[in-house]
Design a protein around this ligand. Structure first.
Ligand SMILES: [Zn+2]
Length: 212
């Protein structure tokens, strides 16, 4: 079977316009495709997930909202681009659970923050054969011929592929910390990150060998 080329970003954005996806959301897609470097299916799903979560919460993307993403794959990019929730500003945490799900909890000074957890609901994918087989990582999904159909089904499903639940989460407030010098490498680290007598870089998180 001949390969069916996938949509270019421009074709995808034009398709969104023809489907009535509003300009502000199309702009989020455009920025996220640019940031991610290509229109990965999981990233497109993530854009809808952020949009849908903000609507449910009645919040704007500029507000301080803590995001926990349950997979490293694609999904962490849309909250970074749309909401400026990054790992560097501590508003994004990525947990390697392996689920297409994110939790959105507006900033709170209390012990618990309340928000929502939104996830791809597999039961809602049955009417989208390409999306379902891609999501299942099944052999029924043929990348050579089904990528266009997959993109079309993601756009058609939009927020209809998700379910959500109200959640609360314990808040970790900033704590004072002391700097100590690791006796093994002679570099400074926060004391609470020491692993007994050495830093994690000399211990469980050692990841390089020095080349001389
Ligand atoms: Zn060290």
């Amino acid at each position: 079977m001949p390969t069916i080329p996938e949509y270019t970003p421009g074709e995808l954005l034009a398709k969104m316009e023809s489907m009535g996806i509003p300009e502000s959301l199309r702009e989020s897609f455009r920025k996220c495709i640019d940031f991610h470097t290509y229109a990965a299916p999981g990233m497109l799903i993530g854009v809808f997930m952020v949009d849908c979560a903000l609507k449910i919460l009645g919040r704007r993307p500029e507000e301080k909202i803590f995001v926990t993403c349950e997979t490293h794959k694609c999904l962490p990019d849309p909250p970074q681009v749309i909401m400026h929730a990054t790992t560097g500003n501590h508003q994004l945490r990525v947990l390697p659970i392996g689920k297409f799900a994110m939790t959105f909890t507006p900033s709170s000074v209390k012990e618990y923050a309340e928000g929502i957890r939104i996830y791809v609901d597999r039961k809602k994918l049955d009417q989208y054969p390409a999306l379902a087989s891609w999501y299942d990582n099944s052999a029924a999904f043929k990348p050579a011929t089904m990528k266009r159909q997959l993109a079309e089904e993601i756009l058609a499903a939009a927020c209809g592929m998700f379910s959500h639940e109200r959640v609360r989460m314990k808040v970790t407030h900033k704590k004072k910390w002391n700097s100590v010098t690791c006796p093994s490498c002679g570099e400074q680290v926060p004391q609470d990150l020491m692993e007994g007598t050495t830093c994690a870089g000399c211990g469980s998180l050692a990841y390089y060998e020095k080349v001389t």
